[in-house]
Design a protein around this ligand. Structure first.
Ligand code: FPP
Length: 232
């Protein structure tokens, strides 16, 4: 159990598809509503003084969805960052990506890379998008990189410890999440931050992500506002 303010909150944004279905809308319309809500949650993260917000935007398992839905999810960041990047710069927000973005469509990859490089010197909240992310493949990727470092003589086998493995995960220098929130009613971790969640509080909520408001977020993390400004 963390004490005081959570530094790092991670969210499994589940329930978009069912939110759409309940309203006789498409699953993609559910994702659109989820993306809008995500903007509110980023604002709330700033207001409540969160240092790192990790958002599970596309899991490595999501490729098995119907192709129109996958295409929509690949297109969302393109539209999102074209609109939001200037604002993120103004608000000193740093964007990170955790996951293997090399198999993504070029346009999506480029927009994510640009968001990361443009904002890398920003010192405000870190918004870390888990994109084409899987907890097991995160660990495999770290193991491979460590083996390369050992083989090239950069580090020795004896340097490998828990801290070293943590450093080589996609989340790198970020602190482990104090709390993981999953919306949508299911009580599973679904291959999210497997190593990093060892000590996290887990919070499962019976609300579809597009209905998850900034106020609910505040209630869940049990915080008082520390910043007063909202969306710029
Ligand atoms: C899971 O809900 C959610 C996703 C697969 C996508 C989450 C993405 C967003 C909220 C927006 C991301 C936007 C950007 C710009 C990165 P689900 O479809 O599995 O819902 P279901 O369980 O009801 O089917």
């Amino acid at each position: 159990m963390y004490r005081g303010s959570p530094n790092h909150v991670a969210i499994i944004m589940d329930g978009n598809g069912r939110w759409g279905k309940k309203r006789r809308l498409s699953r993609s319309e559910g994702h659109y509503a989820g993306a809008k809500r995500m903007e509110e949650i980023i604002d709330a993260g700033i207001v409540y003084g969160i240092k790192v917000l990790t958002l599970y935007a596309f899991s490595s398992e999501n490729w098995s969805r119907p192709s129109d839905e996958v295409n929509y999810l690949m297109d969302l960041p393109v539209r999102f960052f074209s609109r939001k990047l200037p604002e993120f710069m103004k608000r000193n927000i740093q964007i990170r990506i955790s996951g293997n973005i090399s198999p993504l469509p070029v346009k999506t990859r480029e927009v994510l890379e640009k968001a990361v490089t443009r904002t890398e010197n920003n010192t405000g909240i870190i918004v870390n998008f888990a994109f084409n992310y899987g907890g097991r493949s995160d660990i495999v990727h770290a193991a491979r990189t460590l083996i390369e470092e050992v083989n090239s003589g950069k580090i020795s086998k004896d340097d490998i410890n828990e801290e070293k493995i943590q450093q080589y995960l996609y989340t790198g220098d970020l602190p482990s999440p104090d709390m993981i929130i999953r919306t949508g009613g299911e009580k599973r971790i679904s291959n999210f931050l497997l190593w990093q969640s060892a000590e996290s509080d887990l919070c499962f909520l019976d609300v579809y992500f597009p209905d998850f408001t900034g106020e609910m977020f505040a209630e869940t993390i049990g915080q008082q506002p520390v910043n007063s400004y909202l969306s710029g």
